[in-house]
Design a protein around this ligand. Structure first.
Ligand SMILES: [Zn+2]
Ligand SMILES: [Zn+2]
Length: 111
């Protein structure tokens, strides 16, 4: 893609618009290291390609509400609670398991 040669950046607000998320959530994702961003002054800027990659990822891995987390077994009523999938079986993994504990496979596959 020729027009992407030069790095283009989006502000947190633009990324939020682009991903259909709340700006506060986008900031949190950046602070959690889930979304790669560069610090500018008191805010952040996100490379456009990073935002696009995240969108593709988010679309591919859209989660069902009222699912059990494959890591901790907890049932979540909101699909926003999930952040990833088991790399072996595709079971959803919650925010806590994925981000805090760094799990990439569910507890069944871990056995
Ligand atoms: Zn979990
Ligand atoms: Zn699994």
């Amino acid at each position: 893609m020729k027009f992407l040669k030069k790095k283009t950046y989006m502000s947190v607000g633009e990324v939020a618009d682009f991903l259909g998320l709340d700006p506060a959530l986008v900031s949190r994702m950046i602070e959690n290291g889930e979304l790669v961003a560069e610090k500018v002054g008191t805010g952040y800027k996100v490379e456009q390609s990073v935002g696009e990659a995240y969108k593709t990822f988010a679309e591919k891995s859209s989660f069902e509400a009222n699912s059990d987390c494959g890591g901790c077994g907890w049932r979540y009523s909101s699909k926003e609670s999930f952040r990833g999938r088991c790399t072996k079986c595709g079971a959803p993994l919650c925010f806590d398991c994925w981000i805090r504990l760094g799990k990439r496979i569910c507890s069944d596959c871990e056995k």
